[in-house]
Write a protein that binds this ligand. Sequence first.
Ligand code: ADP
Ligand code: MG
Length: 748
Amino acid sequence: MALLTLKDIGKIYVSEGSVSVGIRGVNLSFNKGEFVAVTGKSGSGKSTLLNVISGMDTYEEGELFIEDQPTSHYMQQDWEEYREKYISFIFQDYNIIESFTVLQNVELALMHIDDKKERRKRAMELLRRVGMTSHIRQKGSKLSGGQKQRTVIARALAKDSPIILADEPTGNLDAATSAEIIELLREVSKDKLLIVVTHNFEQVEAYSTRHIRIFDGSVESDQKYCGTPSIDICEKEKEDTQRSIKKQIKNGITLGRTIFTAKPKLSVFICLLLIVGTLGVFLMTTLCGNANDIFEKKYMFTHIDGRLVVTKRSGEVISQEEVDILVEKYGAKDSLRYDILLDMGNSVYVTFSEEEDYWEKSASLNYTYGKKYSGKIIGRYPEKENEVFLYLPVYWQPTVGKESLKLKEVMIDSVYYDLVGVKYFYDNNHLGECLFTEEGFNFATARHFIMNNSSVMVKVVSTKEQGSQIFQLHNIYVSFDMDPDKIYIEHNAYNNLPSDAFTTTVTYSSEYYKYNYNYNGSEKIYIFNKTFTDENITRVRPVVKNKRIMSESLIMSDELICRIAQEVLNLKYTQASLFFEDDEAAHQAAEQIKKEGYIAVPSNTTYEPGAEETMMSLISSLVLVFAWLIAIVFLAFFINLCLGRTLGAFKGDMAIMRSMGIPVKVIRIGMYVRMLISLLPAFVVVAVSAALIYTSPKTNEYFVYLYAWQYVMIFIGMILLTVRVTYRQIRKLFGQSVKKALKGVNKE
Ligand code: ADP
Ligand code: MG
């Protein structure tokens, strides 16, 4: 059995309309252990012969047999495998990977060895054999011609393939070096088939076992000297370890890392490019983050996990007793008879206690009561009616205090409360919360009615027949220290009247509006009156937290406010909230409660349909989405373009690797791995920037907080982009035959 047989092989080149013959009618047979010298004039077809044998070029006529197996049916993929298994190629122009070190060049060909240490040992051994031990860390680009060729020989040997092909390996070397290289080749390939093309036969004469002369594409003569050495050829199947996917991935990763580190400047450039790109996408997303609003559900009732809103089907007021029965019967954790504040985000104005008239900031916060937050808090939870705890986005920290409370009081719905504690959060998509005691929450509820739906008329009648006067009071203030049965009138004209000469009647009316989300089209359904006479009117100005009491005001105690509100609410407020373990439990309870003549709505089902979105906010959201899309497309285009430009840098290396018979899959994986490695710094930079932006009180306010899924989307997007670019690079690189690709390299 011959190792390699060529039967009537012909190769024709067709280029730009002209046809030229490469080789024709070549019949040759080779065995292991032969040192074949091929000579002939320039253009006679020597290189064509080697290229056909190596599978780097195709043939049109005849048949090439490898270990007696025909190859004419081979596809590109089969040739890659063939090269990987049988061929080592040594070129005239060395084709060393210039960006790799000598050691890396050789180790590249040793990837079939799994153990890293073993691989290194073997590479060192090969380099010792070619006399390159002292240059192993040198980059390919820094070597002399002879050194390059030695490295290539070591690399060719590393593969341990049965066939070594050398196309004028000494063509670019001086005579002394050439002799050394030939001797080296002979020495290291005793048990292999070595075919050397040379224009200088004397140089190889001493070593060769056979001399083939080519003339005009045909074999002119074929002389064997020492007879064909009778070494058994390739009886044992070569282990097919290279082919296993796991191994290819492993090798691909190693290769990717090597490619990444081999061109540090280029790698840094690509990393920077990807950092800019990813950071750009991140910043655009967080700056346009409000665009998410169009996907956000707006709840009619604030969604609190487990909250169930109930009201009687008859439209009557639901009593506290009825609420208690429902709680008992359906196992609710808690209930709230007057739950209107839960659905009312309210602006909180904050001022420093030292600088009283300085209005610093305002925020929209949800009302809540009687709960505890996990983690560390600053200060304590509220204990009294007039105390509040704030749960705030971290950008409030400079105002409210970092380690201790800088701020002592806050105004919520026009009432001043003592601020006793605070906790910060980083997700600025959330509304904050103002947390009261249950008592405080009830007061705030009452206060809400009194504030928004009240008018006060004061009628003063002289006891000495001097006529009467009517004042209108426009503001209501609360004093937490006041006698619950008394009121105080702050009015310049009134305060100047002598108290004993007049009788005063204050008519307080509260208009109750049916609750309607957004207060659009509210319906006045009740007017409540309460009359105070002289004995209830105090002449001593009570202490009010807000010392900026305006004129034409009525001041009363918290208790009185609650009492008045209670009377209105007891008569008119028809809704209550029950709280269950979670939404699921709320849904289950709702099914049962509905059967008892109630309307029961779990809060998570009450989002409003999109139609209620105002046109303006919809348009502005769409504009943001559009701006975001344009920016992203622009960035993607930019990155795509820049990365595409880096393609040239790899063209040559890829071609050389292919000519070495490194499996295309491994090279592909290597290219992808290299790109993904380049992406890692971008991900780290984005993660760190995000952490800095959101935890810093200075910037938290201006960048919309992104959720994990949004980062995942950004990262996946970037991965897809780089994979796409790499895919296109690879397609370009592998689209042409090795020979063409190599030609491109040597032209550069
Ligand atoms: P040698 O290596 O002996 O100098 P080659 O094998 O390179 O000769 O070339 C043999 C013949 O084939 C020459 O006539 C050459 O012009 C032609 N040839 C080689 N490569 C190509 C090619 N890629 N396209 C067209 N003609 C080619
Ligand atoms: Mg040639």
